[in-house]
Design a protein around this ligand. Structure first.
Ligand SMILES: Cc1ncc(COP(=O)(O)O)c(C=O)c1O
Length: 389
């Protein structure tokens, strides 16, 4: 666990920090890029005398660079990298005790719901799915046992937007902590800690890695007690990423800003196309002025992101047909990489919640809009939708 702000002549911009924070030239070789420290252990000059590293489950220099860089980007004093987004989420849930309650979104990522309901609930954790975008409903859901509120914004797959500052205020007033899953937005578009959240969690598999070639997770926090509890779980349970995976995420982060700008611009064009297509019933995108969370998104986000979902008038059959007919949009799970992806949440990413209160409607299709030539993306969606007749 690391997270000291980088030293510099003055405050640096996001893009500069993304490239340099935690990554000075390697002092032993001058290597400009942080090396992949592919080692499990470190020589000690005497018992307990070492250069800050004794075993790579506890700490590794490549991981430390990633932890420092991403902590700085989230405005946090502490960052912790994990082997996957789910491992990071698990470490946060392990901060709770049997009998404590966590409030989770009623449209949470299916894997989060599965972990809460299938792993932590049998061990005594109480949980309640809530429409967390509705402050009244959220307020009513608190019990004396509520210790944590979990939100995703924009959410997966319905792109609901949560007012982070308002939810943080309510959560703190009720004596709990707020965790924000910032996977869809990334710190380039939204910094939840600066809006009052206590911890931010990421699947770095997505936009931060950005190239569909690594699985990873991350937590940023400025809460000392929480950071120590998380570091204890990180080291004790050992769900840490390897040095090469950390290198890949670090490399991805260097281009995060330019990639996100293009993801957002392409998504806007895709949304305009979908909104005018007769086969499309409804488009979910926070950048639409008709989106119920548009004003909040405009306030708390730099831009509206690269994720879009929509329902087809023809129901599940039409959704499956479109997902299967797309060519440039690859039919695949995951999101947030340079290539465009299409998927059917009901049967794919959210299949694990199909029989739960979080079930996703079968007519829904989700797009992760990549950074290809936007005319090619529109052409591909047009040929897939026009087949519906
Ligand atoms: C919003 C969100 N959070 C967390 C995760 C889990 O991350 P990972 O697949 O890296 O374990 C995902 C995965 O799709 C996700 O979409």
């Amino acid at each position: 666990m690391t997270g000291q702000p980088i030293a510099g002549p003055g405050p640096l911009g996001f893009e500069s920090l993304a490239i340099h924070a935690g990554q000075p030239p390697d002092p032993s070789t001058g290597a400009v890029v942080t090396p992949v420290f592919q080692t499990s252990t470190y020589a000690q000059s005497g018992v307990g005398q070492h250069l800050g590293y004794d075993y790579s489950r506890t700490a590794n220099p490549t991981r430390a660079a990633l932890e420092q860089c991403l902590a700085v980007l989230e405005g946090a004093s502490h960052g912790l990298a994990f082997a996957s987004g789910m491992a990071a989420i698990d470490a946060l849930l392990r901060q709770l005790r049997p009998g404590d309650q966590v409030l989770i979104p009623d449209d949470a990522y299916g894997g989060t719901y599965r972990l809460v309901s299938g792993v932590h609930a049998p061990a005594g954790l109480a949980y309640q799915p809530v429409a967390v975008h509705d402050l009244g409903a959220l307020d009513a859901a608190f019990t004396p046992q509520t210790r944590m509120v979990w939100v995703e914004t924009p959410s997966n797959p319905l792109l609901r937007v949560i007012d982070i500052a308002a939810v943080a205020e309510l959560t703190h007033r009720r004596g709990a902590i707020l965790v924000v899953d910032n996977t869809f937005a990334t710190p380039y578009l939204q910094q939840p800690l600066l809006l009052g959240a206590d911890a931010v969690v990421h699947s770095t598999t997505k936009y931060l890695g950005g190239h569909s070639d690594v699985v990873g997770g991350f937590i940023a926090t400025s809460d000392e007690n929480l950071a120590h509890g998380l570091a204890f779980v990180q080291n004790s349970a050992g769900a840490v990423p390897g040095p090469f995976d950390c290198f890949l995420v670090l490399r991805g982060i260097k281009t995060l800003a330019v990639r996100m700008d293009r993801h957002c611009a392409n998504a806007q064009v895709v949304v305009e196309f979908l909104s005018s297509h007769p086969a499309v019933e409804r488009v979910h995108y926070p950048g639409l002025s008709t989106h119920v969370g548009h004003e909040i998104a405009a306030r708390q986000m730099r831009a509206f992101g690269g994720m879009v979902s929509f329902t087809l008038r023809g129901g599940e059959g039409a959704a499956l047909a479109v997902a299967g007919a797309a060519r440039l949009f690859t039919l695949a799970e995951s999101l947030g990489a340079v290539e465009s992806l299409i998927e059917h949440p009901h049967r794919m990413t959210h299949a694990s919640v199909a029989a739960s209160p979080l079930a996703v409607e079968p007519a829904l299709v989700r797009l992760s809009v990549g950074i290809e030539t936007v005319a090619d993306l529109i052409g591909d969606l047009a040929q897939a939708l026009d087949r519906l007749g």
